[in-house]
Design a protein around this ligand. Structure first.
Ligand code: GTP
Length: 597
């Protein structure tokens, strides 16, 4: 294809502003799908995604548009993941296009996520077409929203296009604008092959499919390609484009977007942002901007029923096949038995994996409190990364501890601003900015990530009645007065319940945990002490009183089957008990204690 007849673009929008509806409308107008196939929203392929209303895996589609100038254009729409945890993936999707359509709900206005993504698009040097969607709604106020786009984002909105993705209003104008206002890609067909990995996914029949944007040279069947980051070499079995159904083509040239299969077994071998080149005639330099995926949030996942351990292991392996940014390794806990320590890109990523394990793989899981990665500087000069509070070195060996901070942007209607500021302050936040746009406030805070993984989203939602929107970027590591809070049951530490907290929060967290456990641990024949401690110092204590009388003589009389059943039940119950010193604690108590509130 002639480069001047290609346009590559992304849609950036806040959740619910109509990205999927617009993509569907574009496919309906310019794609290769029938009415019937259109019935289902085609861009979101997984159920969980649809239910949560977010797009997890980026997918792309090639559209054919006959413009008013009489020429035929190839439009490549590159879908971007819709959540903060996937900021790097978003940046690579944007790096694969020359322009963006900025969709803002004309009845809602600019939200936190819109802002974060549009800044990324500006950084990627994109031409941006502002689009006001849902213009059919009586509550639409395009004039106000245009003004807001100019005030808050700082881009010209005078030529914003007003559309309704739902009714189709304004779509012709938008398609013309894509062709006229967005620049075509550039590239050199005769240079060594250079293509960027935008996304990849696993299919049991095809193996791994890689979605790529070609910059220079060509990609074709039979070619031996080399991944410049991993060094892996693969023979190309198939190249094609997504319409959105896969359609095989002979080759993909500069500026084109498409997929390839090359006998790759797992997505872990295909890193987003990697440069694909020709093994025999390799490019001298990789494309800029590659970053390896790193886990930001960790937690332990344990099967509620120890017999399900193998099933959990298999399920994790399957998920990992399709998710290169999810990591896990085996972990044992005295409280919870055998399980896995898992690493995620962020809290939402964690929730998605947890939900898939429970729903698709039918697992009943115990999840330990999420933890961030701490950098611990030891007195001997070494630095370690701590992923699990249970592995914290002895206090005497620690010189200092650093924790990750984020820069968070929150949009909230005026009337809820007070409680939002209080919440951020409680969580050790430092205010960086506070501005107004109409009746909404935008606040920017620097916050320790460890305070955010501790139920921050939920609190933010409840204090703003769901009206606040939130987005963040990792900022920097900073030294903090952090301590390990240990929970002990009759002097035995309970590994699964230990956590790292700021010294100022240790007292309330310790007291809360002891109070909770007191209600959860059943009485036994002796007194049980529940303590929270920092180092050797106890900061909170509760006692579970002893049982006064023997209640084992409940079952009398001659009904032998009843007696048997009772014995069996007891045996079953025993399996679910965990022994701490002489204290037996039902596993259900841990599950309840680990539930955050
Ligand atoms: P995520 O997939 O959750 O990121 O959201 P999205 O931005 O893709 O939004 P989606 O397309 O799912 O639309 C959200 C809701 O807005 C849906 O109920 C749509 O039917 C509705 N919607 C989208 N476009 C329009 C429009 O032009 N007019 C009206 N009235 N409703 C619209």
């Amino acid at each position: 294809t002639d480069l001047t007849h290609i346009r590559n673009f992304a849609i950036i929008a806040h959740i619910d502003h109509g990205k999927s509806t617009l993509a569907d409308r574009l496919i309906q107008m310019c794609g290769g799908l029938t009415e019937r196939e259109m019935k289902q929203q085609v861009l979101d392929s997984m159920d969980i995604e649809r239910e949560r209303g977010i797009t997890i895996k980026a997918q792309t589609v090639r559209l054919i548009y006959d413009a008013k100038d009489g020429k035929r254009y190839t439009l490549n729409l590159i879908d971007t993941p819709g959540h903060v945890d996937f900021a790097y993936e978003v940046s690579r999707s944007l790096a694969a296009c020359e322009g963006s359509i900025l969709v803002v709900d004309a009845s809602q206005g600019v939200e936190a996520q819109t802002l974060a993504n549009v800044y990324q698009a500006i950084e990627a040097n994109h031409e941006i077409i502002p689009v006001l969607n849902k213009i059919d709604l009586p509550a639409a106020d395009p004039a106000r929203v245009k003004e807001q786009i100019e005030d808050v984002i700082g881009i010209d909105a005078s030529e914003a296009i007003e559309i309704s993705a739902k009714t189709g209003l304004g779509m012709d104008e938008l398609l013309e604008a894509i062709v006229k206002r967005l620049p075509p890609p550039t590239g050199d067909r005769d240079a060594p092959t250079k293509a960027m990995m935008v996304d990849s996914w696993y299919d049991p029949y095809l193996g791994v499919t890689c979605l790529m944007r070609v910059h220079d040279g060509v990609l074709r069947k039979g070619q031996r390609i080399k991944m410049m980051q991993t060094g892996a070499v693969h023979p190309v079995e198939r190249v094609g484009v997504l319409t959105p159904k896969g359609l095989e083509v002979d080759s993909l040239g500069p500026g084109e977007v498409g997929f390839l299969n090359a006998g790759i077994k797992t997505v872990a071998d295909t890193q987003v942002g990697d440069t694909i080149t020709d093994e025999r005639k390799p490019a001298a330099k990789a494309l800029p901007g590659f970053k390896p995926s790193i886990s930001v949030v960790f937690c332990g996942l344990f099967p509620a029923d120890a017999g399900e351990f193998e099933h959990l292991r298999d399920s994790l392996e399957k998920l990992r096949l399709n998710d290169a940014s999810f990591h896990y390794e085996m972990e044992t806990s005295a409280a919870l038995g055998f399980g896995f320590r898992c690493g995620f890109l962020g809290l939402l990523h964690l929730e998605i994996i947890q939900e898939r394990l429970e729903r698709e793989f039918d697992l009943d899981l115990i999840t330990t409190a999420p933890s961030v990665v701490y950098k611990i500087h030891l007195t001997d000069g070494k630095t370690i990364e701590l992923h699990n509070p249970a592995d914290m070195p002895d206090v005497m060996k620690i010189a200092s501890i650093e924790e990750p901070w984020i820069k968070a942007t929150i949009f909230v209607p005026d009337e809820y601003l007070g409680p939002v500021l209080t919440l951020c302050t409680e969580r050790r936040g430092e205010q960086l900015d506070l501005t107004y746009a109409g009746s909404r406030a935008m606040v920017v805070y620097r916050l320790p990530l460890n305070e955010v993984v501790f139920d921050f989203y939920d609190r933010l939602k409840s204090i703003s009645r769901g009206y606040a929107s939130f987005d963040y970027q990792l900022d920097s590591y900073r030294e903090g007065d952090l301590v390990k809070l240990t929970i002990m049951v009759n002097q035995e530490p309970v590994d699964a319940l230990s956590m790292i907290v700021h010294r100022s929060q240790a007292d309330p967290r310790g007291r809360a945990m002891c109070g909770k456990l007191k209600d959860l641990i059943p009485r036994q024949l002796f007194k049980i002490a529940i303590q929270a401690a920092i180092g050797g110092k106890v900061i909170a204590r509760e006692t579970v009183g002893a049982l006064r009388k023997d209640v084992t003589a409940k079952c009398y009389g001659g009904d032998i089957t009843r007696k048997k059943k009772l014995l069996e039940k007891q045996k079953e119950g025993k399996k679910r008990m965990r022994q701490f010193g002489q204290v037996e604690i039902p596993q259900s108590a841990f599950i309840a204690a680990l539930k955050m509130d």
